[in-house]
Design a protein around this ligand. Structure first.
Ligand SMILES: Cc1cc2nc3c(=O)[nH]c(=O)nc-3n(C[C@H](O)[C@H](O)[C@H](O)COP(=O)(O)O)c2cc1C
Length: 164
């Protein structure tokens, strides 16, 4: 079985998650960064897993646009979606905003890979937003961003089961 993992990542967290997912999957896996690599033709793949990270409630535009433009072909694949985000609270809403409804309904696996705030790498405007978010999070007693590697394993297990 051939699997394509297509992702976008702004500060590297989702990139690391996508690499972990690729290591956990059986069979032939191609890892493609939509911002750096050419996206291969979908015909070659049985399974397509697509994800990115959430910024102000939105996934990276290129991922959103790719899914919309290729919805008909994607619908015929074993499909999975993942997002990285700072808060699990708005997971359903973030998924709805990121991917076409018909594809969400067709997906075999949809997972939250958690998140990390990589302040050192952030551009200034993102650092300032983070300062405000950190204050609000503390005030509301909300849990800070945390990685969820268990959900990477979960997606890999679901996809690997298709092979058995
Ligand atoms: C400026 C900024 C805005 C963000 N907005 C959201 C948001 O609306 N919802 C959320 O759950 N996480 C938000 N996050 C958290 C990111 O989704 C999280 O840090 C993620 O791990 C980033 O992954 P990446 O390094 O692959 O881009 C935001 C982070 C930054 C820096």
């Amino acid at each position: 079985m051939k699997t394509l993992i297509l992702y976008a990542s702004t500060y590297g967290y989702t990139q690391e998650c996508a690499a972990k997912l690729s290591n956990d999957l059986l069979g032939d896996v191609l890892l493609v960064n939509i911002n750096a690599d050419p996206v291969p033709p979908l015909e070659e793949y049985d399974t397509v897993l697509i994800g990115g990270s959430i910024y102000m409630g939105q996934i990276q535009k290129k991922i959103k646009e790719y899914c919309l433009a290729n919805a008909d072909s994607l619908k015929k694949k074993n499909l999975g979606f993942f997002i990285s985000c700072g808060s699990a609270e708005n997971f359903d809403e973030n998924i709805k905003n990121s991917f076409p409804e018909a594809l969400i309904n067709a997906a075999l696996s949809i997972e939250n890979f958690g998140g990390e705030f990589r302040i050192d790498k952030m551009k200034l405007s993102h650092k300032l937003i983070m300062k405000m978010v950190a204050k609000a999070t503390e005030k509301d007693n909300k849990p800070p961003a945390k990685p969820m590697p268990e959900n990477i394993k979960k997606m890999a297990q679901t996809i690997n089961h298709l092979n058995v």
